[in-house]
Design a protein around this ligand. Structure first.
Ligand code: ADP
Ligand code: MG
Length: 600
């Protein structure tokens, strides 16, 4: 999480400047800073949603509108029914706005978040436009003229009368939101959110409910936008639909991307850069061209293209290079943590997994053709066969990544075929992927901690307040323990993507072990390992077997397999062609034919 932390001294200087600012800045700059704060709050939601979660939204301005209109209406309407009397003030407006926004976001999220690829951004454009026109066409919201006469805010009897007063409130709210977001991202719930961009299949196999995680960040981003709208309405004391349209929604996205959409401080940088630049260009360009017009829009378009070419990650990472790194506060305390409780281990010989007549068809291709196999506790079963035989496909059927076309899979005596991988993972099955699925930018420790996801329980609100530090410490300590166990103790703080591929496979094993499984499925774990690393891996697997774990292993290195496996199943063209003890299958004519057939 280092990149998300603003370092102590620099943050300190920033805060001092922020507090002292109004003492010496002219009114005009205060106004600008107020807008930067309001915009940054919306952009912060987009950091979470788009930068971290990978879900692009053009529609955030509509949520700002919901926040602004909710309070505008409640604080100015003259003929409210009696039961709404309690809400007819700015605080009631805030509560109502947040509730309405959460409900609308929940509904829109359920409808649009399922959309994949470019359909999702298109979906956000659709509801962004709809809400904008709703604001303009509802009579009780004042149509296109809007609502005026919104009261100013009062805090504990102190009325906020001018921009300087609002300045402190806006920036306090923004910094709180930054703190909450940072806390969230640096937590168990945050890891599952950070896995959404490119790691959905893996995260589900680690027991993460990714659909829910998407919905959570969608609602949170909407709530930040709503809060910004509420502040805006009381600062301006007037609202109309204009600032809540699609083009402003696009501008919010600009801010997040230009600032650095994957970093909480990027929201602030982006909002500041765009707001100041816009102000400056609006003055400069018409003078330059000798004509009036919104030339700044063209300049922004060009700026965006330059950023996408030259600094795709935005300005923050570039600024952060001058900033010393800061480690997670928990890193030094991993040894203090009490170990997590463990699953009851099935006794040796218990039948863990049974695959019966499993079939998987891809169009005309039978990738698995009535496959049968079984794995018991305390046993290593090797699954071998030429490339394309259907081994990885079988792994996906067993672990719920892909449902079988027909056939049965029993795990711990329960039928699991057709269940999703999250559910199966929770029962005690864990796996690695042939094509390594790590979150390259996250540290090795965090990647492995994702494996322990199911062993924690605290959710988003607790994480945002960092009230789950005890549990988080235990999860990270468990991750560290598994890393040590597989020989990655030196690499806890390295970005997973920076390791050589062989080591990345080992990270996958540590992650699978962090789930405390009773059945482990390893898809070509030794590929890319050097001799000594293979030996260490073999030792580890033998130790796991001795502890009663069942292991299903796909591997091409025959020496490795034959030395390690208790039994071997051989596949070719989706079918099982042999099964037996290692020395038996080695001399099986069908196996020799399958492996040497093409050589003749
Ligand atoms: P192995 O792991 O034994 O090398 P796979 O299970 O990856 O083999 O693949 C078995 C066959 O199924 C291959 O012919 C492969 O091209 C095909 N296959 C695998 N996944 C898909 C898919 N999602 N869609 C279509 N064909 C697939
Ligand atoms: Mg494979």
């Amino acid at each position: 999480m280092r990149s998300l932390l603003a370092p102590g001294p620099i943050l300190g200087v920033f805060l001092v400047l922020l507090v002292l600012g109004p003492q010496f800045l002219p009114e005009f700059h205060i106004t600008l800073l107020n807008y930067i704060g309001l915009y940054a709050l919306v952009a912060l939601g987009l950091v979470l949603l788009t930068g971290v979660g990978g879900l692009t939204s053009f529609g955030q301005a509509a949520f700002v509108g919901l926040g602004a209109y909710a309070t505008a209406w409640l604080t100015t309407a003259t003929n409210l029914p009696a039961w709404m009397g309690l809400l007819a003030n700015p605080w009631g407006g805030l509560v109502a706005g947040m509730v309405v926004t959460a409900l609308v976001a929940l509904l829109l999220g359920l409808l649009t978040l399922r959309l994949s690829g470019h359909y999702l951004p298109l979906g956000t454009i659709a509801w962004g436009i709809s809400l904008y026109f709703l604001f303009g066409n509802l009579e009780f919201l004042g149509g296109h003229t809007g609502i005026s006469g919104i009261p100013s805010l009062s805090l504990a009897g102190f009325e906020l009368r001018d921009g300087r007063h609002y300045y402190y409130l806006i920036w306090l709210v923004l910094l709180m939101a930054v703190w909450l977001t940072r806390n969230l991202l640096d937590s168990r719930a945050g890891r599952s959110i950070r896995a959404l961009k490119g790691g959905v299949v893996m995260a589900e196999a680690m027991g993460v409910d990714t659909g829910r995680a998407k919905l959570v960040i969608f609602v949170l981003a909407a709530l930040f936008a709503c809060l910004s709208g509420w502040l805006y309405a009381h600062l301006q004391r007037f609202v109309n639909p204009t600032p809540f349209g699609l083009h402003i929604g696009i501008e919010y996205l600009f801010m997040a991307v230009i600032g650095g959409a994957a970093h909480v401080w990027g929201a602030l940088v982006g909002a500041a850069v765009i707001t100041i630049l816009k102000q400056w260009l609006q003055d400069l360009l018409p003078q330059l061209f000798g004509a009036t017009g919104n030339f700044e829009v063209i300049a922004f378009g060009l700026l965006m293209i330059v950023v996408l070419h030259r600094a795709r990650d935005g300005l923050w990472p570039w600024l952060a290079r001058w900033v010393p790194e800061q480690k997670s506060a928990l890193a030094g305390r991993l040894r203090e943590a009490e170990p997590l409780p463990r699953r009851a281990v099935p006794s040796g010989g218990t039948r863990l997994l049974e695959v019966k007549d499993a079939v998987k068809q891809f169009g005309g291709l039978l990738a698995n053709d009535r496959m049968n196999l079984a794995v018991s506790a305390g046993e290593i079963l090797a699954l071998i066969g030429p490339n394309g035989a259907g081994k990885s496909t079988l792994f996906n059927l067993i672990t719920g990544v892909d449902p079988p076309t027909s056939g049965e899979v029993h795990f711990l005596g329960e039928a699991v075929a057709g269940l999703n991988s999250r559910t199966i993972a929770r029962m005690g099955m864990s796996r690695t992927f042939q094509h390594v699925r790590l979150l390259a930018g996250m540290t090795v420790l965090e990647n492995v901690a994702l494996g322990a996801h199911m062993r924690g329980r605290h959710g988003v609100p607790v994480a945002m307040l960092h009230l789950e530090r005890g549990e988080e410490l235990r999860l990270l300590a468990e991750a560290a323990r598994q890393c040590e166990r597989v020989g990655l103790g030196m690499h806890l703080d390295d970005a997973a993507g920076s390791l050589p591929l062989g080591k990345q496979r080992i990270v996958e094993i540590a992650r699978a072990l962090a789930a405390d499984p009773c059945l482990l499925l390893l898809d070509e774990p030794a590929a890319g390992l050097r001799f000594l690393e293979k030996q260490a891996l073999a030792e580890l697997l033998k130790q796991l077997r001795a502890e009663g774990m069942g292991v299903l292993l796909v591997e091409h290195d025959m020496e490795f397999v034959m030395d390690l496996a208790d039994r071997v199943v051989v596949m070719e063209f989706g079918k099982k062609i042999a099964e037996g003890l290692p020395h038996e299958v080695q001399i099986d004519p069908a196996v020799i034919e399958a492996y040497l057939g093409g050589v003749e």
